[in-house]
Design a protein around this ligand. Structure first.
Ligand code: HEC
Length: 151
């Protein structure tokens, strides 16, 4: 009995140290990136085969693997595909799965295009002033041929 108690006493501080060791509690679990399918180059994450079935009939997967977008961008892409690319109607469930796969695996990241600059951050456009004035002057003086009528 005495022996067990002594052991517990010795182990207690050790357990306490392990629980409170700095960094241990905050450590995030390391998630391995999904493997790539050697044929299509697609990330083999959940529902990747569903996306491959629907999206590689008409073109290479590179058409969408090189794009990045959030769920709304990908939904727009699918609508555009349906309107002008000939993509068939999808059930809501299938569309959600495709959009979720694309947004999670090909979503915006650091390499995503930046948003356009606001107008007040843009430099003065020289073509809007001097060159335009010169063009208008030449036009007025008859130095330029008249604009052809619309066909
Ligand atoms: C029935 C044929 C068809 C299917 C199926 C199809 N696409 Fe397309 N896709 C096209 C065509 C045609 C174009 C070229 C359209 C253009 O450039 O005007 C295109 C172009 C694209 C582009 C543009 C690439 C670029 O250079 O900007 C993306 C992105 C895209 N498809 C994604 C998808 C996704 C995601 C799916 C699956 C949900 C899909 N496509 C399924 C026919 C299809």
């Amino acid at each position: 009995m005495k022996h067990v108690a002594l052991k517990t006493l010795l182990l207690l501080p050790l357990g306490w140290m392990m629980l409170t060791a700095p960094g241990l509690a905050e450590e995030k679990p390391v998630v391995a990136p999904p493997e790539l399918d050697p044929v299509s180059g697609m990330k083999m994450a959940e529902n990747w085969e569903l996306v491959r079935i629907h999206c590689t009939v008409c073109h290479s997967p590179q058409q969408y693997l090189r794009q990045k977008g959030n769920a709304s961008t990908w939904t727009e892409t699918i609508r555009w595909m349906q309107k002008s690319g000939g993509l068939w109607p999808l059930t809501q469930e299938t569309e959600t799965k495709i959009v979720t796969y694309l947004a999670q695996n090909y979503g915006p990241d650091e390499a995503f295009r930046r948003a356009p600059l606001s107008g007040y951050l843009m430099p003065v456009n020289p073509y809007g002033s001097e060159a335009k004035r010169e063009f208008e002057d030449k036009k007025k003086s008859g130095a330029l041929p008249p604009t052809p009528p619309p066909q």
